[in-house]
Design a binder for this molecule. Structure first.
Ligand code: HEM
Length: 314
């Protein structure tokens, strides 16, 4: 396998300090024009990144741009399709569901300061506004010590930097799409009053780790539906991993607080298995949360973005 992380978009590291998740829908008024507009947009998008890297040197700008299955079929009907790209449909468990939502184009931006995100998305908008509408725009932030908004350190069991690329980036099993990735974006709202009224001990059993020290609990001390139990995925006896970069979002005065989950995977099936396992075992996190959206996007490699910009996929 010949994964080359330098050819991938920023799918394997850095959850970021300030984060912007934006989902667009194509208006679908004129397919030929939309196809042309996308070429132009992707070309501009790459130029905007190059420019921002100079203008905002040292700001740790990280970017990923992806297309849903519906968008892929509409924009590149004659091109090959990533093997695992499908439309995410609502997943169900005995008690809870994880709803699917619409979305064609997804952009995940990260930088040290919010000004960089503002500048970049303002420029992006110029080249998308005529043929898309915005489905959702969520600003996330790094919370103290990289904690999820529920107070626990998030990301400990993520693959470490040296291994992350192998779990996040498509290899030669799908050679045309090598160095691409499958992003799953899912916005959760948490009822923080319910969560904050639980004792620390109950919260720890619910997550499966100690709150302050982040040490993992012994299995017998966790609830059966602890998050770090239900979210595990094993395929053919091998534990699977994805690269998670979820961050909190909040309008605290209006109690609009949650987690924007984003997981990058070499295999979408792995993320999907994790989600279904969480549902099947009634993951504790679901008991105080509403899930507001969910869709999977293919994140092309940078050379494939060049091909899109050059019209080679139309
Ligand atoms: C949106 C609300 C979520 C929150 C607040 C959250 C938070 C956490 C926290 C605090 C941990 C423990 C530390 C760590 O290993 O990172 C964790 C672990 C994990 N989470 Fe989540 N998570 C959320 C959603 C999800 C979803 C939707 C998935 C699946 C696609 C997922 C997959 C995982 C996995 C695989 C682990 C590592 C389990 C292990 O091997 O120990 N999480 N999460």
């Amino acid at each position: 396998m010949s994964v080359k992380p330098e050819l991938a978009q920023d799918v394997w590291k850095d959850a970021g300090k300030n984060v912007l998740f934006t989902t667009f829908e194509l208006k679908r008024e004129d397919q030929a024009k939309d196809q042309e507009a996308i070429q132009d947009f992707v070309d501009r998008y790459q130029a905007i990144i190059r420019s921002m890297r100079i203008r905002a040197d040292g700001e740790n700008l990280r970017t990923a741009l992806g297309f849903s299955n519906a968008a892929w079929d509409y924009l590149f009907p004659d091109a090959p399709k990533p093997k695992e790209l499908e439309t995410y449909n609502t997943l169900k468990g005995p008690k809870y569901t994880m709803p699917a939502s619409k979305g064609d184009i997804f952009i995940h931006l990260r930088a040290d300061s919010e000004a960089v995100l503002y500048e970049m998305m303002s420029q992006i908008r110029l080249f998308l506004k005529d043929f898309t509408t915005v489905v959702d725009e969520t600003k996330g932030f790094r919370y103290f010590e990289g904690r999820a908004i529920i107070g626990f350190i998030d990301g400990t069991e993520n693959p470490q930097m040296e291994d992350a690329a192998d779990y996040a980036i498509i290899g030669d099993e799908d050679s045309f799409f090598e160095n691409g990735s499958y992003a799953f974006a899912q916005k959760w709202h948490h009822n923080m009053d319910i969560w904050n009224h639980l004792t620390t001990e109950t919260q720890e059993k619910a997550v499966g780790r100690k709150k302050f020290s982040d040490l993992e609990l012994e299995d017998e001390d966790k609830f059966k539906n602890a998050h770090n139990v239900t979210s595990q995925a094993t395929i053919n006896g091998v534990e699977q991993k994805i690269v998670r970069m979820n961050v909190p979002y909040s309008d605290p005065a209006s109690d609009n607080t949650g987690t924007y989950f984003i997981g990058y995977a070499r295999h979408w099936t792995v993320t999907k298995t994790m989600l279904q396992n969480m549902l099947d075992q009634n993951d504790y996190l679901l008991s105080f949360s509403d899930i507001l959206s969910g869709q999977v996007y293919f994140i092309p490699s940078r050379p494939l973005l060049d091909k899109i910009a050059d019209g080679e996929l139309n």
